[in-house]
Ligand binder design. Structure first.
Ligand code: S3P
Length: 181
């Protein structure tokens, strides 16, 4: 993918992997817009993700999420942070529109829980999987889907700025490779 062909960056990964913070920083550096799927869903529904889960259940949330994501994935010059469950569907990452660079932000379960504990009540699925083992199981089930992203970046012990700098480096390498083809 050359620089001209790159239209958007999509971040996927588990809750607490840093998608929103990294996405915001990356968008600033690129001079692009940043949109978080969950925030777009909350805007559309005029209620929080936790409220949607409580009032309508997960199935309804996933339908709204799919609709919002399809729309956002048609936008240009945008960095997108998906919700942790969006990529978890067969064929989903393979079907992203052309011009989308996809990154899996990888994190351990311990670190994800540590980060999530600073925002209690915001993530209904963390509350449903309150034991470490059950959350670990959820992450294990999801890894094969996250792995379908084009690139993987570890966010375990890295500062937000270091993760976005690494993503920019990967993209620059990719432009160079694509031009040389
Ligand atoms: C979810 C992750 C959340 C949010 C919802 C479901 C998931 O987003 O979409 O609570 O299934 O992992 P974050 O990954 O931004 O926390």
């Amino acid at each position: 993918m050359t620089r001209q062909e790159l239209l958007r960056v999509l971040l996927v990964g588990f809750m607490g992997s840093g998608k929103t913070s990294v996405g915001r920083d990356l968008a600033d550096r690129l001079g692009w817009r940043f949109v978080d799927f969950d925030e777009a869903i909350e805007l559309k529904e005029s209620r929080s993700v936790a409220n949607i889960f409580a009032a309508e259940g997960e199935f309804y949330f996933r339908q709204v999420e799919e609709h919002v994501a399809d729309h956002l994935l048609s936008e240009r010059c945008v960095v997108l942070a998906s919700g942790g469950g969006w990529a978890v569907k067969p064929g989903r990452l393979a079907a992203v529109p052309k011009g989308t660079a996809t990154f899996w932000l990888r994190v351990s379960i311990e670190k994800a829980l540590e980060r999530a504990s600073s925002e209690p009540g915001r993530r209904p699925l963390f509350e449903q999987h309150d034991a470490l083992d059950s959350t670990r199981q959820l992450l294990i089930e999801r890894v094969p889907y996250y792995q379908k992203a084009q690139w993987t970046v570890d966010t375990e012990d890295s500062a937000i700025e270091d993760v976005s700098a690494q993503i920019l480096e990967i993209l620059t390498e990719e432009y160079t490779r694509a031009v040389g083809e």
